[in-house]
Design a protein around this ligand. Structure first.
Ligand SMILES: [Zn+2]
Length: 331
C-alpha cells in the first residue's frame, strides 16, 4: 500500500514530494533526496481533525502531510479508541448534545454549586473579613451621598435602643450598630453595610407611622448582616468569574460582555434569594419578639404607594420578591 505525501525534513522549510510505502510494521519514505525505512515505533499519526490533511510525525523530526485522508483512514494506524473519538467528533448532533450538556453542567454549578460554596466559605471566614469589605464605606457614603440626620439626638437614641434589641437576638450582635442619615435624593431607605452598620434614612423614619414598622425593617437588615450577605455576594461573584474562566479556557474570550452577562443575571437571582432570606429572618424575629409581622407589610405598602411614580424604590423594597407577595406573607 503506498500513498503520495509532502515531506518536511524538520531542518529546513523546504518540502519534497515522496511516496509512502506501508509494510507490515515498517514504512518506507521514498523520494528524490530521501529513502528511509522506519520501524512502526518511529512514526505517529496525528489525531484527525475533520477532513483536514493528515500528518505523520517521525521521531527524527521529519513530518509528512497526506492529502488522501480516506486512504490513510483505511490503514487504521490509530488505536480504535482514537477512531471512535473521531466518529463522535464528526457527528454534529453528538457535538450539539455535548455542548448542551456542558452548558447545563456549567449552569448548575453557577446556579447551585457557587452559592452553596460561597455560603460555606462566608460562614467559615472570620467576621473581620467582612469588616474589611465595609471599612470606610460609611465615610465614603457620608462624603458622596449623605448629610447628617435631622432627627433629634433623643429620637435617634430612642430608635437605636429599640433596634439594638433586635440586633442582640442576632448572631453577629457585636458587629451591628445603627446610624441615621439624611439620605436626600435616595429618599426613604435602609441598608446594611458589610461592616454590620445599618443605616436608616430620615425619609424612612418619617414614612413610618409606628416604631414597630421601623423595628421590622431593622430585623430585615439584621437578617442581611447575620446571613453575611455582602461577603457571600462578593464570594459568589468571584467564584462565578473563576468558574467561567476555567470552563471557557481563557480570559480573553470571556470578554466584558460574556463575563458580565451571567453575573448580571445571577446577581438578580442572588439578591432575590438574599431578600427572601432576610425576610425569613425578619419574620421569625418579629414573631419571637411578639411584634406583629403586619407592621412590615404596612410600611411596605405605604412606601410602594409613595414611590409608585418614582424611579427609585427603597433597597429593601425595590427588588425582587414582588412586593405584593411579600406583603401578603407578612400579613
Ligand atoms: Zn434587603
Amino acid at each position: 500500500m503506498s500513498l503520495r505525501a509532502y515531506r518536511y525534513d524538520g531542518k529546513s522549510s523546504r518540502r519534497s514530494e515522496v511516496e509512502l510505502a506501508f509494510g507490515d510494521d515498517t514504512l518506507r519514505v521514498h523520494g528524490i533526496d530521501v529513502d528511509i525505512v522506519y520501524p512502526r515505533a518511529a512514526f505517529n499519526l496525528q489525531p484527525r481533525v475533520g477532513n483536514a490533511v493528515r500528518v505523520l510525525d517521525f521521531t527524527d523530526g521529519s513530518r509528512c502531510e497526506i492529502f488522501d485522508v480516506a486512504a490513510i483512514d483505511a490503514l487504521q494506524l490509530e488505536a480504535s479508541s482514537t477512531r471512535r473519538i473521531h466518529r463522535f467528533e464528526n457527528k454534529l448532533h453528538y457535538a450539539l448534545i455535548a455542548l448542551l450538556l456542558s452548558i447545563a453542567v456549567l449552569w448548575a454549578i453557577v446556579q447551585y454549586g457557587v452559592p452553596a460554596a460561597a455560603r460555606v466559605a462566608a460562614f467559615a471566614m472570620p467576621v473581620e473579613t467582612e469588616h474589611m469589605l465595609g471599612e470606610n464605606l460609611l465615610e465614603a457614603l457620608d462624603k458622596l451621598v449623605f448629610q447628617p440626620s435631622t432627627l433629634s439626638f433623643e429620637r435617634q437614641q430612642q430608635l437605636r435602643e429599640q433596634f439594638t434589641r433586635v440586633a442582640l437576638r442576632a448572631e453577629r450582635a457585636g458587629a451591628i450598630h445603627f446610624e441615621f442619615r439624611n439620605g436626600k435624593s435616595i429618599g426613604a431607605n435602609a441598608f446594611a453595610l458589610p461592616s454590620g452598620t445599618i443605616v436608616f434614612t430620615d425619609g424612612l423614619v418619617a414614612a413610618a407611622q409606628h416604631d414597630e414598622e421601623l423595628i421590622a425593617v431593622a430585623a430585615h437588615e439584621v437578617g442581611h448582616v447575620a446571613q453575611r450577605h455582602s461577603l457571600r455576594h462578593v464570594l459568589q461573584d468571584s467564584i462565578t468569574a473563576l468558574v467561567l474562566i476555567t470552563a471557557t479556557g481563557d480570559i480573553g474570550s470571556v470578554s466584558s460582555f460574556a463575563a458580565a452577562l451571567p453575573t448580571i443575571l445571577l446577581q438578580m437571582k442572588y439578591s432575590r434569594e438574599f431578600e427572601t432570606e432576610a425576610d425569613d429572618y425578619a419574620f421569625n424575629d418579629l414573631e419571637t419578639a411578639g411584634i406583629p409581622t403586619q407592621r412590615f407589610a404596612d410600611l411596605m405598602e405605604r412606601l410602594e404607594k409613595q414611590t409608585a411614580d418614582k424611579m427609585s424604590a427603597p433597597a429593601f423594597l425595590s427588588s425582587h420578591p414582588a412586593t405584593a407577595e411579600r406583603v401578603k406573607r407578612f400579613k
